[in-house]
Structure formats: structure tokens, C-alpha cells
Write a protein that binds this ligand. Structure first.
Ligand SMILES: Cc1cc2nc3c(=O)[nH]c(=O)nc-3n(C[C@H](O)[C@H](O)[C@H](O)COP(=O)(O)OP(=O)(O)OC[C@H]3O[C@@H](n4cnc5c(N)ncnc54)[C@H](O)[C@@H]3O)c2cc1C
Length: 549
């Protein structure tokens, strides 16, 4: 690998952004044809400073439901995988089916979903998340198991699993492999700025890049470009480069719009009826040691028939900050998380917030819990600490057994593609303003699906839900607790025309022949899935496509 680019060279491929999407595209493409020259441009540098101009020029209009910029992404080799949780989740069939609730916003289809599936194994290898099987019914060793006594699958399922990568930090994990590719040049500390206008056949030949310390501008020549700068920066680059759409009658109206994340939080617990020891509350492991965990989901048919949004609900711990859980181990971990310097080392801010909710509450009662549960209140966290921070494949999370058969439920839910949720440039043409709201449709779907789960568990004689709020308080509770901004999608969506979307099914930017977008911003629907694994599938697919054209 080279680390200086040659402005006399016309690169076969120039990739902008070295997060999981950029790294997978670069490695896969350079592997497929070692004769092709690849330039990978990254804004961040090795010793990335705490502040940077990109994040400093983002305005978040809804700090209640959207994390601040520094909590949403990272700069540097590996991008936001530097702090990601490593959850690898697959999109579902229903995410490709239009439903009235989406108001025509499902601009991709099942044929595309089916076509992408052949790239899943290669993506899973990059993510190191084990066998790429996402349903326990397809794994002989688990197919006869269930989440709790008496549970049976119907409109609610318990067999879909999420998988975990190491978590794989793409920068440190693939730095050596990138360096060993002779046909690859990595350029760090440069910001991709301005593309040349497409020529008559739609080809873009030049990109201006700015050195982030000297501010000097250089020109990069390439035959093809891939924008993989993450959703917000990819969108900002395109909003600043509207000349890319000059051959179209108008700039794609969807550009920057239909921004989606996930609704996420807890409004209820489940109380199971059967034997507490039979509850499958924790992690399952494949023979290769990779972690999986089951979750409740709803069948595509049920969601389509009832016009509801795709949602996963998993068993969780009670709220850490509230000492009524009486668990010494949880109290100990909560106190560690709110300890100023230590807390920051244990988890990135967005994850820490999901645990502490930013509250410092009942310290005395937490200490009492620790004393009453001693020595378990220290032994359990110590064993978790070892598995979570000292092993190569890290324990992905902390889920504690409940002898009372009572578990909190965590929902993670699709948002509708709502035009008002958008990213746009400020008056200076540089600032990125993020508008993000939860719609009534989003929130009502979460409430309805909790009700469905409750009815189903009762029908199976398996258990029931206990709500944490009165019925008429649920809506406001969800509005208050749900916070995203780390799972960004929708703003450059795939569609079969530039009237509906920003890229075509090959991720080619409408209006150009050789500019591609590889980011979860191309996903028209958000489903229940954390987006990065399926983005990796698209990155492998794109590299294969680029190799053929
Ligand atoms: C705390 C946290 C936890 C998360 N947990 C999960 C999880 O468990 N599962 C999951 O699926 N997802 C998770 N995510 C989301 C996941 O990190 C992102 O979906 C993923 O990193 C996106 O990959 P990407 O390559 O598209 O973009 P990024 O990883 O954001 O990388 C983009 C890169 O482009 C660079 N760049 C930006 N602008 C420019 C420019 N103009 N010129 C040059 N370079 C540029 C950036 O510096 C960055 O390195 C989490 C995110 C956070 C913050």
C-alpha cells in the first residue's frame, strides 16, 4: 500500500471514507483485480483530535431524540466502527414490501433483497460474526429450542437472532491487510470536497480534496468514484455538489430527505409463567465461539396485514439507574458508568446513555444493593469485565438472569420514511442541519406491537406484559425516551428513477455513469435491523459490480 497519492495517476477506483463500507469495498475490489489501482481517501488521521470541522458544522435540531454529532460517528481509519457495538442484524423480507404506512417510501423490492443474499457469506467473513445464519430454525443444534416454556411461533416469532462481530474495529483489524495490497493507496487527513461536472456521457473525472491541516487543495483523477463517507457526510457532499445532477431535469427530490433511524427503548416488562431456569435470556454461541441472541419479531404477513412497522423486542435488564431492581451487580455497574473518567472508558457516550439515561439517581440505595448482594455484586461484574474487555471475541453485552421470571423488554423499531426528517445545508453552504422527529405512526406501531406480543404470550400460556406506564402515557413516554442518530439511513435512497430516489439498484448516482454511493443512506426503509451488516453485504456486491463494468 502507498500512503501518498500521485496526482499524475488516473486511479481505477477512488473510494471516499474508510468506515466498514469503504474498507470492505476497497479490500474486495482490490482483491478481485490486483491490476486495478485503488485510492482510499479518509478525512481522519491516526491521532484523531477530539474535535473536527465536520462534526463542528452539524446542527442537530432535536437533541431529545437525536444524539449530538460526536456521539453519532467517528473519523479515522475504520470510521464509526471504532465505537460501534458490533451487532450484526439482517434485514427482513417485510422491509422490501410496501405498506400503506410507508406512503410509497419503500422504493426497493424483494427481487433486490433476493439478489443481495449471495453476498452475505463474504460480508459475514469481513464482520467476523460467525456462520451467516440468522434463524435458529435453520441451525439443527437450536431448532428445537424456544425462548420460554409454552412459547410457540405464530404471529410472534422467537427464532430470528442477531449476531455479533468481535466487535470488529475495521481500522485496527484491516490496517495490515490494506497495507499489504500493492494496488491500494490510503490517503489520510484529506476531505473530499468537489467533483467535476459529469461529461456528456455522464462520466465524472476529477475530485478536489482538501488537506485538513494545510487546507491545500489537490485534484484526484479516477475512472470511478464510491462515496462511502457515512450517511451524514455522504449526504452533505452530494448536497454541496449539485452539478452532479446537471444532466437531469432536476436534482433528485429525495436527496437529503426520508432520514430514518430507529425507535429504541423500554416501556414494559415480561413476566413468564414457566420454569425460570428455562428462559433463554442470554447469549447463544456457535461452535466457532461467535455470539447470537434471540429476539421476538413479528411475521411479515402480520405486519403487512396490520400496516405495522418492523420491530424487534428483546429481553433486557431492568433500568440500571433505578435501585428498585435490587441487583447488587447492576448497581455496581451503574455506579461505574456514572463515574466521570471510568464511565467514558467503559462505553461510548451513546451506549452509556442507553444504560444510565444520563441520570445520577439513588446512589445510597445502589450502595445498599451492593452490600446486600456481596460478594456476588462484585464477582459478577468482575467476570463480565474479563469477558467483555480482556478476550479477543468480547462478550457483546450484559444480560442478567431473573429468578423472578421478570425481564424488561427492549424495543427496536422501524421508522417511516417521512419527508420532514431530512438533512439540508445551512445558508453558508457548509453546515449540515439535521431535522429528526418521531412520527405518530412510528410511535403507535410500537405500542400496538407490544399489545400483540402481550396477547400472543397469554394465548400460548407463556407469560404476559407488565407496562411501566399507564395506557394514555405510553405515547409520550416513547417520545421522551427514544434516541437515535447512530443508525442513519434513507437520505440517498435506492429507486428505479431519479424522481423517487438518488441512486439506482447498482448504487450508481442518478445523473452520472461512474459515481456510486455505498452507505446505509441508500436504504429506503430502516426495518428493525441495525444497518451496518447489510451495508457490508452491499459493499461486497458493489465491489463485484464495479469489477465487471
Ligand atoms: C456508538 C455506536 C454504536 C453502534 N453500534 C452499531 C451496531 O451494534 N450495529 C450496527 O449495525 N451499527 C452500529 N452503529 C452504526 C455503525 O457504526 C455505522 O452504521 C457504520 O459505521 C457505517 O459505516 P460507514 O462505512 O457507512 O460510515 P462510517 O463508519 O461513519 O465511516 C465513514 C468514514 O468516512 C470519513 N469521511 C467523512 N466525510 C469525509 C470526507 N468528506 N472525505 C473523506 N472522508 C470522509 C469519516 O471520517 C469516516 O471514517 C453504531 C454507531 C455508533 C456511533
Amino acid at each position: 500500500m502507498k500512503s501518498e497519492f500521485d496526482d499524475q495517476v488516473i486511479y481505477d477506483l477512488c473510494i471516499i471514507g474508510s468506515g466498514p463500507a469503504g474498507i470492505i469495498t476497497a479490500l474486495e475490489y482490490s482483491r478481485l483485480d490486483p491490476g486495478k489501482r485503488v485510492l482510499l481517501i479518509e478525512y481522519g488521521i491516526k491521532e484523531q483530535p477530539v474535535e473536527n470541522d465536520l462534526d463542528n458544522s452539524i446542527q442537530n435540531t432535536n437533541p431529545i431524540n437525536h444524539h449530538d454529532p460526536y456521539e453519532c460517528t467517528n473519523k479515522g481509519l475504520g470510521g464509526s466502527s471504532a465505537t460501534w457495538g458490533g451487532r450484526c442484524v439482517m434485514y427482513d423480507e417485510v422491509d422490501f414490501i410496501d405498506r400503506p404506512a410507508l406512503s410509497g417510501g419503500c422504493t426497493w423490492d424483494s427481487a433486490l433483497f433476493d439478489e443481495t443474499k449471495k453476498y452475505i457469506p463474504a460480508a459475514a467473513a469481513y464482520f467476523e460474526c460467525g456462520d451467516p445464519v440468522f434463524n435458529l430454525n435453520d441451525m439443527p443444534e437450536f431448532s428445537e429450542t424456544k425462548i420460554a416454556d409454552n412459547f410457540r411461533e405464530g404471529v410472534v416469532t422467537d427464532s430470528v437472532v442477531e449476531r455479533w462481530s468481535m466487535p470488529t474495529r475495521f481500522g485496527t483489524r484491516y490496517e495490515k491487510e490494506l497495507a499489504e495490497r500493492e494496488n491500494l493507496t490510503l490517503l489520510m487527513g484529506y476531505e473530499a470536497r468537489d467533483f467535476s461536472e459529469p461529461d456528456e456521457s455522464g462520466n465524472v473525472s476529477l475530485l478536489k480534496v482538501r488537506n485538513i491541516s494545510t487546507k491545500n487543495i489537490s485534484e484526484v483523477s479516477a475512472k470511478k468514484f464510491v462515496l462511502s463517507a457515512g450517511t451524514q457526510e455522504t449526504t452533505r457532499i452530494l448536497l454541496r455538489n449539485l452539478q452532479l445532477f446537471n444532466s437531469l431535469q432536476e436534482v433528485p427530490p429525495a436527496l437529503g430527505k426520508y432520514y430514518q433511524g430507529h425507535l429504541s427503548g423500554k416501556i414494559a416488562s415480561v413476566v413468564f409463567k414457566g420454569e425460570p431456569k428455562n428462559i433463554d435470556y442470554g447469549f447463544l454461541r456457535n461452535a466457532d465461539g461467535s455470539y447470537m441472541r434471540r429476539r421476538f419479531q413479528f411475521t411479515s404477513k402480520y405486519l403487512v396485514d396490520n400496516n405495522l412497522l418492523n420491530t424487534a423486542i428483546w429481553l433486557d435488564n431492568p433500568l440500571y439507574f433505578d435501585p428498585v431492581h435490587k441487583s447488587g451487580a447492576m448497581s455496581f455497574m451503574y455506579l461505574a458508568m456514572i463515574t466521570p473518567i471510568l464511565g467514558k472508558k467503559l462505553a461510548p457516550p451513546a451506549i452509556a446513555h442507553s444504560i444510565t439515561k444520563g441520570e445520577v439517581k439513588g446512589v445510597g440505595k445502589h450502595i445498599l444493593n451492593i452490600i446486600k448482594d456481596f460478594p456476588g455484586s462484585l464477582i459478577t461484574p468482575a467476570s463480565i469485565f474479563y469477558k467483555r474487555y480482556c478476550l479477543k471475541r468480547k462478550l457483546p453485552g450484559v444480560f442478567l438472569y431473573s429468578p423472578k421470571n421478570n425481564y424488561a423488554l427492549h424495543f427496536h423499531s422501524e421508522q417511516i420514511p417521512f419527508e420532514g426528517n431530512r438533512m439540508e445545508l445551512g445558508a453558508d453552504g457548509e453546515k449540515l442541519i439535521i431535522h429528526y422527529e418521531l412520527t405518530d405512526t412510528d410511535i403507535n406501531s410500537v405500542i400496538k406491537l407490544h399489545d400483540t406480543l402481550d396477547k400472543w404470550l397469554r394465548e400460548c400460556n407463556c407469560g404476559e406484559l407488565q407496562y411501566w406506564f399507564k395506557e394514555d402515557e405510553l405515547f409520550d413516554a416513547i417520545k421522551k425516551i427514544s434516541k437515535d442518530g447512530i443508525h442513519q439511513s434513507g437520505t440517498t435512497r435506492i429507486a428505479d428513477s431519479s424522481k423517487e430516489g438518488v441512486v439506482d439498484r447498482d448504487l450508481r448516482l442518478w445523473g452520472t455513469k461512474n459515481v456510486f454511493v455505498c452507505s446505509s443512506s441508500v436504504f429506503p426503509t430502516s426495518g428493525q435491523a441495525n444497518p451496518t451488516f447489510y451495508l457490508g453485504v452491499f459493499a461486497v456486491r458493489l465491489a463485484n459490480h464495479l469489477n465487471k463494468i
